[in-house]
Each structure stands twice: as C-alpha cells, then as structure tokens.
Design a protein around this ligand. Structure first.
Ligand SMILES: *Cc1c(COP(=O)(O)O)cnc(C)c1O
Length: 415
C-alpha cells in the first residue's frame, strides 16, 4: 500500500489535492462507463523506478543500454496480452487509446485514404473520423450510423455504404454502444470490398478477455484497446494483429508515433493482464454484465428510454428527455448526490453535443467495489429520486449521505 510519506513531507499542496480526490473516489459512486479502479499491485507497479528508463525500440532491439530488465517486463506484458486475447502479435507500448488508433491508421493507410467508422454522436469515438480529430483531418472518413428505431447497427446499411464507398479500412468497436458487435459480418463485408478490418475494443476489452463477449482478435486484421477501462489496468493501450502485420504495426508505434515507451506503465499492464488471466476476473466480468443488465431494466421500469432497449455489455445510454431534463442537467444533479456520470448524445440527438439528451451509465467501477444486484437497485432508485426532486436540496443531500454510507461499506481496492 502506498503511504505517500515523502510526498506528504515534501509537497503539501499537491498531496492535499490527491487526498481530496482519494476521498471523493472513496465516498462517491462512479458510474462513468470508461472508468474503473486498479488494484494495489497495479498502482505499485505504476509507482516504480521503471519510470526512470529510456528504452526506444523493442525487446532485444533497443536504442539505449541497460534495458535487460525492461526487455523482460515488456516480454511478460506481450505474452500475457497474446494469451488473454488469443492474439498472434501484441504491441504493448501505445500511450493511450487515441495514440494507438493513430498508429493503426499509420500502419495501414496513407493520408487521404477512405475509411468507414461509426459517427461519434451514434456511439463512435472521436478517433473514428470526427472532423475535429486527427482521424477526420488526415483520412477520408465516411460515417455509418445506428438505426434510429432500434438503436442497433444495421449491417445491411453498413454493407451498402461499403459497396458504394470502397473504403480501404472499416472500423468497428465503440464508446457508447451497448450491444454485441457482429464481427464476422463486418469481416465478410470488408472481404467483399477489399478493406482492412480494425476493431477498437477500448470499452469491452475486459469482458472480451474474460470470454463474456465475442472476441474480434481471431477475426479482424488489427485490434486496439485501452488498458484502463473494463480491462482494469493502468492508463494506456495495446495493439494486436496478425503476424503478417506485426512489422508495420510495430514500426507505426515506434518510430512512427511515439518515442520512448512508459516502462512503469508497461509493468503495470503486465500486472493487470496477469490479474485478468485469473478465474476471479471472469467472475468480475460476469458480474459487470449482470449489474449493467439489471441497471437497464430498472431504468426501463421507471419509465426511462434506454437506447436499444437494454445492454449486452457494461454500459447503457439513457434518454433523459422523458423526465424533462438534458444529459448535462442530469450530470449536474447527480454530482450533487455523489454519483458521477457522463452526459451522452443519443442517436439523432436534437440537442447540441455540449448539452445532449442522454446520460451514459456503466457498471465496471461499482462492480470492482463489490456492488451486486441489491445495491444496483438502490442506486437506480436514488438516481431517479434525485432527478425527480432536483429542486429540493434536502433530498439531494439525503441521497448523498446514503451514497457515502454505501461506499464506506464497499471500499475501493487502492485506498
Ligand atoms: C476511450 C476510447 C478511446 C480513447 O482512449 P484514450 O485513452 O482516452 O485516448 C478510443 N477508442 C474508444 C472506442 C474509446 O472508447
């Protein structure tokens, strides 16, 4: 357990802020779908002296001396990642999800090449071709959508678009989509038009690693994922691909995109992958999905519209307009209750992105804390009470006190 003794003595100002954040995390409910709590072991690896090292290159082929131990730890991370996802090749150096995706595009495309990706406001990610993002600026993206009735990706429409646009790459895997993805159908469409297939499993990687959702790694050409969402590791990312693409992927990460890898993070990734390979992690993933499914049902029972009518994974997008609120309103009200959520667009949202109609809820963090069905029911009831009685400060304070009580019963692992 980190004691922060030296930080306390040396820099009270920064220590005080860290302490306030520790208390916030300890006493509040985290429903932001992309967040999680790492283990103490992951935290300790991140805080190690491996941060002092420079190791541009790859194990056995470095541009700096003194890398014998870094080679060992990076090799452990690579081997564990390959085992977790049945991958032929893994690069564990990407600093985060967006830089990993930049490296994938660099490995397979030239600027101006045509790519198909899901629209950001339909559940995609900025790095899947949004016009303000490097991806939309450098590459010629056409964006597919979810069906406005069902909230699902319509594979016939994706095929139509692919036949018309003849993209060089098709991107699947999303930030705010709650259903299984038909990886093989994407692959078949790509094969018809001669496109590369790229899966970005940043959100669902932990559920896939645990065998609780379908794995695109054996089907797709290249797959990226963050390591800090459902996979419950340090902030960072990895890229996996078939052996035939290994060289071009590695070259794109370094020297293409990045300089020296963050070796302390690589060590923490190795530790997290080790945790994900254990049977307890499969139980964790099962519980995440069970908690999310129940959360969606409870919202529906209370009269909310859940996009696509439920969830197959760890998250859901809930339309707030039926309650006379926007997503931003709900986010602010729930903050006052000690419940963190993130506003979200809904498909074909009539409201602007800064103040969209929906909220995205996720179960990964509360499940790491040990919360199960009984607590999920309480939380959704509190959320509904807070939103319905938003103008009564006493009500919101009361919810906040009960949230704190529950949280203290289920401490987070790293505090
Ligand atoms: C979170 C996410 C990313 C980006 O990860 P960062 O680490 O924030 O850069 C990329 N793709 C998808 C689908 C994501 O959900």
């Amino acid at each position: 357990m980190l004691e922060y003794k030296n930080l306390k003595n040396q820099d009270e100002e920064v220590m005080a802020v860290i302490k306030r954040e520790m208390i916030r995390q300890a006493e509040e409910i985290e429903l932001i779908a992309s967040e999680n709590y790492v283990s103490k072991a992951v935290l300790e690896a991140m805080a190690s002296v491996l941060t002092n090292k420079y190791s541009e290159g790859y194990p056995g082929r470095r541009y700096y001396g003194g890398n014998q131990y870094i080679d060992e730890v990076e090799t452990i991370a690579i081997e564990r990642a390959k085992k977790l996802f049945s991958a032929e090749h893994a690069n564990v150096q990407p600093l985060s999800g967006s830089p990993a995706n930049a490296a994938v595009y660099m490995a397979f495309l030239k600027p101006g090449d045509k790519v198909l990706g899901l629209r950001l406001d339909h559940g995609g990610h900025l790095s899947h071709g949004h016009p303000v993002n490097f991806s939309g600026l450098l590459y010629n993206f056409t964006q597919y959508e979810v069906d406005s009735q069902t909230g699902l990706i319509n594979m016939d429409k994706v095929r139509e678009l692919a036949l018309k646009e003849k993209p060089k790459m098709i991107v699947a895997g999303y930030s705010a989509y709650s259903r299984e993805i038909e990886w093989q159908k994407f692959k078949n469409i790509a094969a018809e038009v001669g496109a590369f297939t790229f899966a970005d499993i940043a959100h669902t990687a932990g559920l896939i690693a645990a065998g609780e959702m379908n794995n695109p790694v054996p089907i797709f050409d290249v797959v990226s994922t963050t390591t800090h969402k459902t996979l419950r590791g340090p902030r960072g990312a990895i890229i996996m691909c078939r052996e035939q693409f290994a060289k071009q992927v590695d070259r794109a990460v370094f020297p293409g995109m990045q300089g020296g890898p963050h070796d302390h993070i690589t060590a923490a990734k190795a530790v997290a992958f080790g945790e994900a390979l254990r049977p307890e992690f499969k139980q964790y993933a099962k519980q995440v999905i069970a908690n999310a499914k129940l959360m969606a049902e409870e919202f529906i029972n209370l009269g909310y519209q859940v996009i696509s009518g439920g969830t197959d994974n760890h998250l859901m997008v809930v339309d707030m307009t039926a309650k006379g609120l926007t997503g931003k309103d709900a986010e602010i009200i729930l903050d006052k209750c000690g419940i963190s959520v993130s506003r979200s667009t809904i498909p074909n949202d009539p409201n602007p992105p800064m103040n969209p109609s929906g909220v995205r809820f996720g179960a990964p963090a509360i499940t790491t804390r040990g919360l199960k069905q009984a607590e999920v029911k309480k939380i959704v009831a509190w959320i509904n009470a807070g939103l319905e009685q938003k103008d009564e400060p006493e009500m919101l304070n009361n919810i906040k006190a009960r949230v704190k009580e529950l949280c203290l019963e289920f401490p987070i692992p790293s505090i």
